[in-house]
Structure formats: C-alpha cells, structure tokens
Design a protein around this ligand. Structure first.
Ligand code: NAP
Length: 335
C-alpha cells in the first residue's frame, strides 16, 4: 500500500521532505500541497505528478485522498493544523516546534488524549541519528552506570539574517533539550542560562554564545553550549558521563585524511548535511507506521515538554535566575 501524503508549508524543510518522500524513501507519494504563498505551492506541485494544490491547510487536511499530513509551515501555524489532523483522525508529522506556547501544546495534548490514540509525531530528528542511538543503547545497557551529566555543544557556522536571540533557545537548543530528555530518559525540572564573553562575529542584536544549564528530575545536570557564529562549520558534540564510564559522539567525518604531517576530516556545513540520514530514517519510520495505522517516534508529550523547557530557559535568560520547569501530569497515552 502507498501512503498518500499532503504537505502543508513548502518552504525549505517542506521541499526537502518532499524530495525525500519522492526520491529517497519508499511507500509514500505526495498527493497534495499547500502554502501561504500559493505561487510557491504551484511551483512545487508542478514538479510532482498529479499533486493537488489546496488554498489552505484546512482544505488539504479535509481532502479524502490525503491519508496523512506533514506540517512544515511556520511554527505559530502548527497548532491549528495538528488539531485539525487529530479531529480528522489522520496521522500527522509535525516539524518542531509542536506549537510555540505551552497553552497551544496543552490543547493538542487534550485533543489527542480525547481521541484516545496517538496521531502526532514531532520532527526531532536527532533521535534517529546513529551516534545518538548508540549513545542511548550504551546507557540503557548500563555500560557506563547511571548517567550523571550530559555535555552538549551546538555550534552553527552562521545564522540567517532573520535570526533573533530567542531562537538560540527555542529554535536551536530545542534539539539539545529533546535529545537530553531522550538520552537520559527523564524530565528537565529547572533551567539557568549564563552569557559567556560575546562573539564579535555575531550581529549586534544577537547574544551569542549562550551556556544553558538544566537539572533533571533524577538530579543529573545537562549543559549546552550554543554558539551560532562559530565560523568553521556545523559542529555537534555530546558526551554523557556516567558513574563508571562515559559515552560520546564520535567525529562525524566518514574518513580522516593524513598527509603532510597532519590529519583532517570534513566538518558538515550545516544541519542538513550532518543529519541527512537521520531525517531519512525519521520520515521512513513515520511513513511505515502511518501506513500501518499507528504512531511512532517523538510524541506530542515530547513536543510539549521541549516547548515548556525552552520557555523556562528563555525566562532564565531574561532574569539571570534559576527557573523551574513545571509540566502537567503525563497522560497515560504517552507513558
Ligand atoms: P520556511 O522556509 O520559512 O518555510 C515555511 C513555509 O511555510 C513557507 O513557505 C511559509 O510561507 C509557509 N507558511 C507560513 N504560514 C503558513 C500557513 N499558514 N499555511 C501554509 N503555509 C504557511 O521555514 P522552514 O525552515 O522550512 O521551517 C518550517 C518549519 O520546520 C519550522 O517550524 C521550523 O522550525 C521547522 N524546521 C525544523 C528543522 C529540524 O531540524 N527538524 C529544520 C528546519 C526547519 P512564507 O515564506 O510565505 O511565510
């Protein structure tokens, strides 16, 4: 069976997911697209055999030919489309963030819980990266003892002009927040943020770098270095320190070249290059699960927790204080 997918939002990542579905993955075809910029939707549909263009996301979700939906529009629009998919009983892959406010995420949790089954997967692709998966397996086997600390570094070469300081936390570090919860298998309960010396390569309006410090429910500490103008490439690092050992991401270069008294390996240019296989695997697993009528991967709860933790970190950045994270009780559906 082939899954008929509709895509809402055909900007950068929406188009990349369409490329994936049509050229890399199996089991799905793109039958409908929409975008707030209808000309863009038309241009994208023109490259797809027989794809319909809808005036808006609600019409696309209501299309009987659409089995499942990808939401890849601007973050503040996610809530509306995810709620409509739940109401229509359609599986939905929602790019992060699930929604931009705690209240919006809670409305999605309420709707999905009322529906009585999981319909939402959130696009936290790091969970599908070979390196992070091997780290998680190492911790789960007990090879390093109970995890005590997770050191994470998220370094971007540069950021686009529309990037503002809050995005360091809720757009960039949201991935570190999610992977910390995934690796350590616990919730984050408090946040602090400190500002190291400013990087002079950063635009004037950016507070770069930032150093985030999180406490987990079982007392582990997570630190995240966020550098968004590091110049040399896209560098993602992660190390979990356990009671009797450590596990860390290896360098991501496929090969090291040794010559002229030195050695070198490629550093990815950006997140698309670094996580290309993770994005492929993430979407293939969603297609397979949606075809079988079930849900998989990061849930609405994970999307909610990430948004609430980022809100606390933003409050901590503004106040300079430790800010607690308060999550509602986790519904049975997500346990
Ligand atoms: P983008 O290039 O700006 O694309 C967003 C697209 O959605 C644009 O074409 C935009 O049109 C359109 N849009 C906005 N409001 C809409 C609406 N109400 N209905 C339909 N379409 C609408 O942004 P992007 O980089 O692709 O990001 C899209 C989403 O993916 C964001 O939530 C972002 O955080 C997420 N993302 C996730 C990752 C990841 O690593 N998982 C990476 C990149 C992006 P206009 O341009 O005309 O506004």
């Amino acid at each position: 069976m082939t899954l008929n997918v509709g895509v809402i939002g055909v900007g950068m990542i929406g188009q990349d997911h369409i490329r994936r579905l049509t050229q890399v993955l199996s089991g799905a075809r793109v039958v409908a697209v929409t975008d707030v910029d209808l000309n863009r939707a038309k241009a994208v549909a023109g490259e797809l055999a027989g794809a319909r263009i809808h005036e808006n996301g609600q019409d696309l979700i209501g299309d009987d030919d659409v089995d499942a939906v990808i939401v890849a529009s601007w973050g503040p629009t996610h809530e509306e489309y995810v709620l409509a998919c739940i109401a229509a009983g359609k599986q939905v892959f929602c790019e992060k963030p699930l929604a931009t406010t705690r209240e919006a995420c809670e409305r999605i949790l309420d709707a999905e819980t009322k529906a009585g089954r999981r319909l939402v997967m959130v696009g936290f692709m790091r969970r599908y990266d070979d390196g992070y998966r091997a780290m998680k397996d190492t911790i789960a086997r007990g090879d390093i003892g109970a995890p005590l600390m997770f050191h994470s570094a998220h370094r971007n070469a540069t950021v686009p002009g529309h990037y503002v300081s809050d995005m360091i936390i809720n757009d960039t570090c949201v991935h570190d927040v999610d992977i910390a919860r995934f690796l350590l298998d616990t919730e984050i309960v408090a946040a602090r943020v400190v500002k190291p010396r400013r990087n002079s390569n950063a635009a004037d309006h950016l507070t770069d770098p930032l150093f985030l410090l999180f406490e987990t429910a079982d007392g582990a500490i997570v630190d995240v270095e966020a550098s968004i103008n590091i110049q040399f490439g896209y560098d993602i690092r992660g190390e979990v320190v356990g009671e009797s050992g450590t596990v860390e991401l290896a360098e991501s270069a496929a090969v090291l070249v040794k010559r002229a008294g030195g050695y070198a390996g490629r550093i990815p240019e950006d997140w698309r290059e670094r996580f290309v296989r993770a994005y492929d695997r993430e979407l293939q697993e969603w297609v397979d699960a949606a075809t079988a009528g079930r849900s998989t991967g990061p849930s609405s709860w994970d999307g909610y927790a990430a948004t609430v933790v980022c809100d606390s970190a933003l409050a901590a950045l503004r106040s300079g204080e430790r800010v607690e994270v308060s999550l509602r009780e986790q519904p049975e559906l997500y346990r």
